[in-house]
Design a protein around this ligand. Structure first.
Ligand code: SAH
Length: 231
C-alpha cells in the first residue's frame, strides 16, 4: 500500500520534472525566435501548463512548438502563435475579453490569467469541445472565465462591448458583428485569408477601424458559422 503510494508519488515527480525541462526548452526557443518577448506572457505559460490541455495521446508533444489535434478535427494552437497573438493583443488587468474558438481552452486560460480582475468570454461551436474546455479549465482556480456553446461569428452581444477580441480560427473577413461589439479604442486580432492567413491586429478609433500590424504565413482551421466560411 505505502509502497504503491511512494511509487505513484515518485512517478508524478518524474513526470513534472520532464515537463519542466521541456517547458524551459520551449520558452528559450520562443524567446530566441522572438515569438515570446513579454515577461507576463512567459509567466502565463509557466502557470498555465499546456500539458493540462492536450489529449493523453499527445502528452509527449505538449511542449513542442506545433499545433496538436484535439477532438472534432480541430487543433490546440502552436505555442509560438499563442504567445505572439497574446502579446499583440496587449492585455491589461480588468479588461473584458471575447475569444472565438475555445478549442482546448489553453489560450482562454492564458487570457484569463493575464486579465486578472477582468473577464473572459469564450465561444465554441462544438459541444464536445465545450465539455473538454470546461474540464481543462476546472483544473485551475480561474473564476473569471465563461465558456459558451454557440456561433462565435455572431459575437456575444449581451456582454459587449469588449476591450479585446481574439479570433483563433481563420476568417475570410472579420465578421461585422465582432467589429461592432469592440469597445472604442479596443483591439481585435484574427488570422485573415484563405488557405494561408495573415495575422491582423486592428484598433477601433474615432476615425474608424485601423490596422496596427499584420504578418503573413499563418495556418488556422476555418471559422465557420453565419459570418464565417460557408461549409
Ligand atoms: N484556441 C484554441 C484553438 C482551437 S482551433 C486552442 O488553442 O485550443 C479553433 C476553434 O474554433 C475550433 O475549436 C473550432 O471548433 C472553433 N470554431 C470555428 N468556427 C467557430 C464559430 N463560428 N464559433 C465558435 N467556434 C468556432
Amino acid at each position: 500500500m505505502i509502497k504503491n503510494y511512494i511509487y505513484t508519488l515518485l512517478n508524478r515527480i518524474k513526470i513534472e520534472k520532464k515537463y519542466n525541462i521541456a517547458l524551459n526548452n520551449l520558452i528559450n526557443y520562443l524567446r530566441d525566435s522572438k515569438f515570446l518577448n513579454d515577461d507576463n506572457v512567459e509567466s502565463a505559460f509557466r502557470n498555465i501548463p499546456r500539458h493540462e490541455f492536450v489529449q493523453t495521446s499527445e502528452l509527449d508533444r505538449a511542449y513542442s512548438n506545433e499545433p496538436l489535434s484535439i477532438m472534432k478535427n480541430q487543433t490546440i494552437s502552436q505555442p509560438g502563435v499563442v504567445s505572439r497573438m497574446t502579446e499583440w493583443l496587449d492585455i491589461k488587468d480588468g479588461q473584458k475579453i471575447l475569444e472565438i474558438g475555445t478549442g482546448s481552452a489553453w489560450q482562454t486560460a492564458i487570457l484569463s490569467y493575464l486579465v486578472g480582475t477582468g473577464t473572459v468570454y469564450s465561444i465554441e461551436r462544438h459541444s464536445e469541445l465545450v465539455k473538454f474546455a470546461k474540464e481543462n479549465l476546472e483544473k485551475f482556480s480561474l473564476n473569471n472565465t465563461h465558456v459558451i456553446l454557440g456561433d462565435g461569428s455572431l459575437g456575444y452581444p449581451q456582454a459587449s462591448p469588449f476591450d479585446r477580441i481574439m479570433i483563433t480560427a481563420a476568417c475570410q473577413e472579420i465578421p461585422l458583428p465582432l467589429l461592432e461589439q469592440l469597445a472604442d479604442n479596443g483591439l481585435i486580432i484574427a488570422p485573415v485569408g484563405d488557405s494561408s492567413q495573415s495575422l491582423v491586429l486592428l484598433k477601433k478609433t474615432p476615425k474608424g477601424i485601423i490596422e496596427i500590424k499584420s504578418q503573413s504565413h499563418y495556418i488556422f482551421v476555418p471559422l465557420l458559422g453565419k459570418f464565417g466560411k460557408k461549409n
